[in-house]
Design a protein around this ligand. Structure first.
Ligand SMILES: [Mg+2]
Length: 325
């Protein structure tokens, strides 16, 4: 087995802006595993919020190169690397390679019948009128996810609601609120029909959520990486956002999903800003979940060949095996 680590930069269409900052490109690492004529690929997005850089993630993968090239299993990989981007790229490449070598699709391997999915469409943090304009440009999309930050958020949601009276709206504060902002905003957001709030408070303040009213479902993102986080989210969140870059691959993500459902959490499947190669394993995970948020490629100026074709109504058909799986 041969392991290749490929760094890539993909331009974002315009600017991607959240409470923590803005970006005009996304930097990813693609892992390619070659065994005979079979090639398996996986992509990850190193994420600064979780103390990851391209260099640190590359080093983590380099460190396990001998084991990977000797043919380690996905189960062994779980013991060798922690949850995070590096393990994700290797795990997804191992799944893809397993499909290619056995001449089976990921759906055949897992015994799942694939269905088309409708993804949320992200509106970057911006002035209220700019966010409304974006919503108008995308008026056929049924579900918007608004990136928020604290000050001015009510005006942002009001503006988008005015521009898209029939759309479903979810919001993501990316840890940008305080308890006071939460208490002021939430009753107003109920009136505006907001369906879900992702990560309102910093992860360190999660305990405060247990004392607050939850008329709108709260979804843990920065606070939920893998199965070991689940118990401390009880009573604080109603949903969790599973991303393969946080779980460290599809293997742990599938296990987290099952454990979370058994514990009564609603499931959202999200993504970092990555290409269709990173969306494909998440598309498998996102079958039958409440909220699908896999619009990474829609935010890019350019995507993989063989990438997902998103309709103007945000529908995604199952990927081809040429892309992944
Ligand atoms: Mg989020």
């Amino acid at each position: 087995m041969q392991l290749e680590i490929i760094e890539q930069s993909w331009p974002i269409a315009g600017v991607f802006r959240i409470s923590r900052g803005s970006r005009t490109e996304t930097k990813v690492i693609q892992v390619k595993l070659t065994h005979g004529t079979a090639v398996g690929r996986g992509e990850c997005v190193p994420y600064a919020r979780y103390d990851e850089t391209l260099a640190s993630v590359r080093q983590q993968i380099e460190d396990i190169r001998p084991a990977v090239e000797a043919g380690l299993s996905r189960e062994q990989l779980l013991q060798m690397l922690p949850a995070g981007a590096a393990r994700n790229a290797v795990d997804c490449a191992l799944w893809d390679l397993e499909c290619k070598r056995s001449d089976q699709s990921i759906w055949q391997l897992l015994g799942v019948a694939p269905k088309a999915l409708t993804t949320a469409y992200t509106l970057s943090l911006d002035a209220p009128e700019k966010m409304q304009q974006k919503a108008l440009e995308h008026k056929l999309r049924p579900l918007f996810k608004l990136k928020l930050a604290g000050a001015g958020d009510l005006e942002r949601v009001q503006a988008v609601r005015e521009g898209a009276p029939n759309a479903r709206i979810i919001i993501d504060a990316n840890e940008g609120w305080t308890k006071t902002i939460y208490q002021q905003l939430v009753p107003e957001l109920v009136k505006l029909g907001v369906e879900m709030i992702e990560q309102p408070l910093p992860q360190a303040d999660d305990h405060l959520l247990a004392e607050l009213e939850h008329p709108i479902a709260l979804c843990a993102d920065e606070s939920c990486h893998d199965r070991k986080d689940l118990s401390k989210l009880q009573g604080r969140y109603e949903m969790i956002n599973i991303k393969i870059d946080k779980t460290g691959g599809l293997t742990e993500a599938l296990a987290l999903k099952q454990a979370a459902v058994e514990s009564g959490f609603g499931i959202m499947v999200g993504c970092m800003v990555g290409t269709s190669l990173a969306m494909a394993p998440a598309f498998v995970l996102a079958q039958d979940v409440k909220i699908v948020d896999l619009d990474g490629p829609l935010l890019l100026a350019k995507d993989q060949s063989e990438g997902f074709n998103y309709t103007v109504q945000s529908q995604m058909q199952p990927m081809t095996a040429k892309l992944w799986g």
